[in-house]
Design a protein around this ligand. Structure first.
Ligand code: UPG
Ligand code: MN
Length: 750
């Protein structure tokens, strides 16, 4: 059916960004001038000149990628109020939540995410929520079981009063305010539900303190005598919307896939593929929504917003392989001291990708077309007519699954639901679900290679999105107000750096894989500029090398009495000085434009240096080890804090913390190297006898800049407990500093 009154469901708006473009080109021009100047004056200078030239070539290349990526920034506006006449044919959605560890990811967070999903504004008979628990934890199962009882009160309550925040822990964290809320009936209901929620969280809290949350019998018998990394699948229909009531509570299904020590489980990607198959044999919705356990729904209309993009594209499926929502965090620390809120990154870089072939898939807050996840290309027709045998070869031996796959591949969004007999008894498909959740099910199939989320990177999201774009699909971006999802960002130094290390690792793994963007452009249908945008992201890890080199270059020059910058008085000095000023003012302006503070700008600039020289550097090392086949990369789950009850006092929130991890060694070394150089210079003695042409004020100022960027480390040298850098790390870095001084001597003698 076409839209009769043709009210638009969405609009694509290109941003006017001529001034930013002009400034970006000026910076690019200055970078090239600097390179040319260095080339022309090579013969008058030594090693430091060459190193500077190499680093600056890398920076220029990255800037080129940046300019190309940000060139066409585009926003989508969605109008869910215009969806009214589509109501009867809205497609169904299977919603997936992944959790992996009841300690690092407290079940109360998962419960809140699930409750917020169950309560969205969408016909409940078209929704099903599947939770994958890689922790195989009876506590998680218990929590969900209790939550499903609470949902019977919570969902009607939210819909009756059009509550905005449907994750109870957030909703009850403040008193009711809006005008309609003051009716006595509401006050009464509010109190009652609040009491119920407090009981629920108390129960979960108590259960988590016991050795076992409850007797492992009855419903829990499957959890008796199991090991977390070695157990059979457990699949439980926790709640079934049997009668298919549109304003009831959607299905809730618990899945802990089979695990075996000799079997590679592929972390989150593996979990997502099990979710895809189990939901395929149970509800088989044409759309799948995927959220991490710590990302609750903040805008109950978000499914409708996504539908505007899926349905409004005039039956042109190619434009919306998936719809990605931005990742936004709640209770973010003021001015982003750890640089992990990525506001400007999403605002400027991702919206640039939106203008090319669409945003990347970022692992959470994303709606996928099931048929795209099943490996279809926009113009594929042959796979649709595939025989049963052919389908089994691709998707595995389950008859039920192949039947459901055939149905998905041959239909669009709107026709899929009527074919699904409603009401539908989920218990009929339990056996099929167990079969497809088994850990040997994927053997000999295309799962993880061409079908489902793609294996081989700890950033499975980026790899999967890239593969989809490589087939010629486009994706869409949706950023409604209020934000659709809010998640939890790490709030300590080590956790944040370990997370970024995993990203850098995973991204670089992709760069060195057969799915590298340039290969997909040459052999597939990835657009050239989209491929450059992907490279901008995938190369984060490698950026650590020029960054590191450039950060110790000033110290090297001071030690060896040489220069890497033009002398004061030389006209060419204007180039690096202008670059420094324009670049910094420009990025600052970008922050102010986005509504952030100068402080946030400075924090992000400095954390970018710290991240590059710690997390990204170690990420690069782990990829090298993998390429040399010395070790494999692993997905280390990020620890989630519960926002309330933080034992730290306010004053220390945002203060950088350390531990014994080797991740802090490179940063500490860079800091010490520069401090030694500055001290030596101030005291006026020579570490290295040399015939250099004399380092000047420029080198000293650069060295001071590096020290400023590592200010949190400088404080860490004198801090106590978790706020201090461990002595062992300082000693190791000290040894590296000695090595560096020797290297300076050695190179300046040669
Ligand atoms: O073996 C695993 C490991 C992780 N997860 C789940 O994956 C999600 C993301 O893990 P998290 O530790 O929170 O990683 P983040 O760094 O916060 O995640 C970002 O980066 C990941 C890729 O590195 C993406 O998968 C995520 O969606 C994206 O939010 C969580 O729900 C986990 O429960 C599993 O289900 N099984
Ligand atoms: Mn996360």
């Amino acid at each position: 059916m076409t839209n009769p009154i043709s009210l638009p469901l969405y609009e694509r708006v290109a941003r006017k960004n001529n001034i930013p473009r002009a400034v970006e080109l000026i910076i690019l021009f200055l970078l090239f001038s600097l390179l040319v100047y260095r080339l022309l004056s090579f013969k008058d200078h030594g090693l430091s000149w060459l190193l500077a030239f190499l680093c600056e070539s890398c920076f220029t290349f990255i800037w080129l990628l940046t300019v190309s990526t940000k060139w066409n920034q585009v926003d989508y506006k969605t109008y869910p109020q215009n969806l009214l006449q589509w109501k009867p044919e809205l497609p169904s959605v299977d919603m997936f939540v992944t959790t992996a560890d009841p300690i690092l990811e407290p079940p109360i967070l998962t419960v809140n995410t699930v409750l917020s999903l169950l309560a969205v504004d969408y016909p409940a008979d078209k929704l099903a929520c599947y939770v994958s628990d890689d922790g195989c934890s009876p506590l998680t199962f218990y929590s969900l079981l209790e939550a499903s009882k609470f949902a019977q009160l919570w969902v009607p309550f939210c819909k009756k009063y059009s509550i905005q925040v449907r994750a109870p822990f957030r909703f009850f964290s403040c008193e009711p305010v809006s005008s309609q809320d003051v009716s006595p009936q509401f006050q009464q209901d509010w109190k009652k539900i609040k009491d119920e929620y407090e009981q629920l969280s108390q129960k979960i809290e108590d259960a988590s303190k016991r050795d076992m949350p409850c007797q492992l019998s009855g419903n829990f018998a499957d959890f008796a005598n199991i090991q977390r990394k070695n157990h059979a699948s457990i699949i439980k229909v926790i709640w079934e919307n049997k009668a298919g009531i549109a304003n009831g509570v959607p299905h809730l299904i618990y899945i802990s896939r089979e695990k075996h020590p000799n079997h590679s489980h592929h972390f989150k990607a593996g979990a997502m593929n099990v979710l895809g198959r189990v939901s395929g044999v149970m509800t088989n919705a044409p759309l799948m929504l995927n959220v991490d356990c710590d990302m609750y729904v903040n805008n109950p209309q978000m499914v409708l917003h996504a539908m505007c993009l899926f349905l409004g594209a005039n039956n042109n499926e190619r434009d919306t392989a998936f719809v990605q929502f931005p990742q936004i965090y709640y209770d973010g620390l003021k001015d982003d001291p750890f640089g992990n809120q990525f506001v400007v990154l999403q605002e400027c870089v991702i919206s640039g990708m939106v203008g090319i072939q669409g945003p990347n898939y970022s692992g959470t807050g994303c709606f996928h077309r099931r048929k795209v996840i099943y490996g279809l290309s926009p113009e594929d027709k042959d796979i649709i007519n595939g025989s049963n045998e052919a389908l089994q070869e691709i998707f595995g031996r389950s008859m039920e699954l192949t039947k459901s796959v055939a149905q998905i591949l041959s239909s669009g969004l709107k026709t899929a639901s009527p074919q699904q007999p409603q009401p539908h008894d989920l218990s009929n498909s339990i056996d099929a679900a167990y079969q497809v959740a088994g850990c040997s099910y994927e053997y000999g199939t295309r799962w993880g290679r061409e079908v489902g989320l793609i294996y081989g990177s700890t950033s499975e999201d980026m790899l999967t999105g890239l593969t989809i774009h490589g087939r010629g699909w486009r994706s869409a971006y949706c950023s409604p107000d209020p934000p659709a999802f809010l998640g939890c960002a790490p709030s300590s130094g080590p956790v944040s750096l370990i997370q970024k290390k995993r990203w850098a690792t995973g991204l670089l793994e992709i760069f060195f894989s057969p799915k590298s963007p340039l290969i997909l452009t040459l052999k597939g249908s990835l657009q050239f500029r989209q491929s450059l945008a992907y490279m901008w992201i995938l190369l984060w890890g490698l950026r650590s090398l020029p960054e590191l080199c450039y950060a110790i270059l000033p110290a090297y020059c001071i030690n060896t009495n040489s220069r890497f910058l033009p002398k004061v008085g030389e006209p060419a000095l204007q180039i690096p000085v202008d670059l420094f000023i324009i670049y910094n003012l420009y990025t600052l302006w970008e922050y102010l434009r986005t509504g952030l503070s100068t402080r946030a700008w400075w924090n992000n600039q400095r954390m970018l240096r710290v991240t590059a020289m710690s997390a990204w550097l170690l990420g690069t090392f782990s990829v090298i080890l993998k390429l040399l086949r010395l070790s494999d990369t692993v997905f280390e789950v990020t620890q989630k804090d519960q926002s309330t009850g933080n034992d730290d006092n306010e004053a220390n929130a945002g203060r950088f913390t350390f531990n014994k991890s080797p991740i802090f060694i490179p940063g500490t070394t860079v800091l010490l190297v520069n401090l030694t150089a500055l001290a030596v210079r101030l005291l006026g003695f020579r570490l290295v006898a040399s015939s250099g042409d004399g380092s000047g004020v420029g080198e000293v100022m650069c060295s001071v800049c590096v020290v400023l960027c590592f200010w949190s480390y400088l404080k860490g040298l004198f801090g106590k407990g978790k706020y201090g850098i461990p002595l062992s790390t300082i000693f190791k870095s000290g040894a590296l500093v000695l090595l560096f001084v020797h290297l300076c001597k050695w190179t300046s003698m040669g």
